[in-house]
Design a protein around this ligand. Structure first.
Ligand code: ATP
Ligand code: MG
Length: 423
């Protein structure tokens, strides 16, 4: 008996229109980050589990409950990457690309997180990430923000996204803030949701991220991170705001943004939209100056962001992305004629670059012509016995009331070049 195997929950099939939309988004991003001198790297999809548990942080959502980890045949614990920054820093460190250098990198590809699937949230999803190594900023922070704004313009969604900015300060200012926050929330323990209560001892700043309305309400009276910043971080943040103002990039300061991962410090930001329901963040990032050191490298100031392509695709879908459409359809009657059709189509694609579909199989002429019409092609080539013996091809212009002409085969390429306006 046949068994039915379905796609794994949370893993999407991308049908041609959808895949074209992904390609469109990626092409726009590739074009723009290239203009800023960013170079693409390829990261492995699988890394040692340790890389993420150490760098992303044991008590983050990702490491606590979202990783796809498994033992390989040698018993080594491996993980399908849930994000790209840890892998990129490993790559840069391992290949000697960090010390005394500045680097601007980007990467694209699938990430994996075991989450509850819903619109804009999947278990396999695509990210494009940008990472800058060896620059202290705040000018480089501003550069990547301006660059991301250019990307939204290229995608035509600049009116639907806003930039929210915050600073987490350095390790010691965060520690002082954590103490103050825990102190404040300790008085309201009984009002906290279950997750937040757990985080109160494991990772209290994550409570700021809570989506539970009652918890959000409680937080409105909580101390604010920006009041706890060390002097250098304060200066850095002011410097960044000043550049953004001069460059005319609008933002708002949101003291609740902490980002889900442990490695951030100083600048953090999110680009958010209200067009996607509760999956409203399309891009998030910030500085991670301490990450390289944690991997045993020399300390290196770094900043980056990752954008979620699945969400961006939902925003641009139907607007600009196009699949390659059929331009020419070749029909034939008879075995020899069918071979002729294939050979001719090869020549046309090669010489003119026209998207050409050859009818497959031996249906009646009428049925083939119906298919030709439905394909959306501008013209059809018809090859039957008469054509084969006379060395001519019938060309029917499908969008001009079925007008048709016999063209000598030797003149066909020149004729099509005109019809399709190819140089
Ligand atoms: P969220 O709060 O929505 O879970 P996050 O903070 O976990 O997001 P990041 O780790 O910052 O997300 O990843 C950067 C971007 O990748 C997000 O802003 C989002 O656009 C996208 N992203 C993250 N998780 C998913 C997912 N499960 N499905 C689709 N896109 C995702
Ligand atoms: Mg998440």
């Amino acid at each position: 008996m046949a068994i039915k195997v379905k796609a794994v929950r949370g893993m999407q099939d991308l049908l041609p229109e959808k895949k074209a939309a992904f390609r469109f988004v990626e092409d726009q991003v590739r074009n723009i980050v290239g203009q800023y001198g960013y170079r693409e790297v390829g990261l492995p999809v699988i890394e040692s589990t340790q890389l993420f548990s150490r760098l992303v942080g044991e008590s983050t959502d990702i490491v606590e409950k979202e990783m796809y980890s498994f033992a390989d045949r040698n018993g080594e614990s491996l993980t399908l990457r849930p994000e790209g920054t840890a892998g990129l820093v490993r790559l840069a460190n391992e290949n000697g690309l960090i010390f005394n250098q500045v680097q601007r990198f980007w990467y694209a590809g699938p990430m994996f997180r075991y989450e509850r699937p819903q619109k804009g949230r999947y278990r396999q999803f695509e990210q494009i990430g940008v990472e800058c190594l060896g620059m202290e900023g705040p000018d480089i922070d501003a550069e990547i923000l301006l660059m991301s704004a250019r990307i939204w313009e290229a995608l035509g969604i600049e009116k639907d996204v806003t930039l929210e900015l915050n600073s987490l300060g350095d390790v010691s200012s965060r520690q002082r803030y954590k103490d103050a926050l825990v102190n404040y929330l300790n008085d309201y323990k009984s009002d906290l949701d279950e997750d937040s209560l757990r985080r109160l001892s494991s990772n209290p700043m994550r409570i700021l991220d809570s989506k539970v309305p009652a918890t959000q309400q409680l937080l409105s009276g909580a101390p604010e991170l920006l009041d706890f910043l060390d002097e250098d971080s304060q200066r850095h943040f002011q410097g960044l705001c000043e550049i953004l103002e001069q460059a005319g990039l609008q933002y708002c300061v949101n003291p609740r943004i902490v980002r889900g991962l442990d490695y951030y410090n100083r600048t953090v930001f999110e680009w958010v939209t209200d067009t996607l329901g509760s999956q409203g963040t399309v891009c998030g990032g910030g500085r991670y100056d301490g990450l390289v050191e944690q991997l045993g490298g020399k300390s290196s100031a770094s900043v980056g962001f990752a954008m979620g392509l699945d969400r961006l695709v939902l925003m641009v879908e139907g607007s600009r992305a196009k699949t390659d459409s059929v331009e020419l359809y070749v029909v034939s009657i008879g075995d020899q004629e069918r071979i002729k059709a294939l050979v001719l189509a090869e020549r046309i694609r090669k010489e003119l670059g026209i998207t050409t579909l050859v009818h497959s199989g031996s249906s009646k002429l009428k049925a083939q012509m119906k298919k030709a019409d439905a394909s959306g092609a501008k013209a059809a080539l018809i090859i039957g016995e008469q054509e084969l013996t006379s060395g001519e091809i019938t060309v029917r212009l499908l969008r001009s009331e079925g007008s048709q002409e016999r063209i000598k085969e030797v003149q066909l390429v020149a004729y099509l070049r005109k019809v399709f306006d190819r140089e």
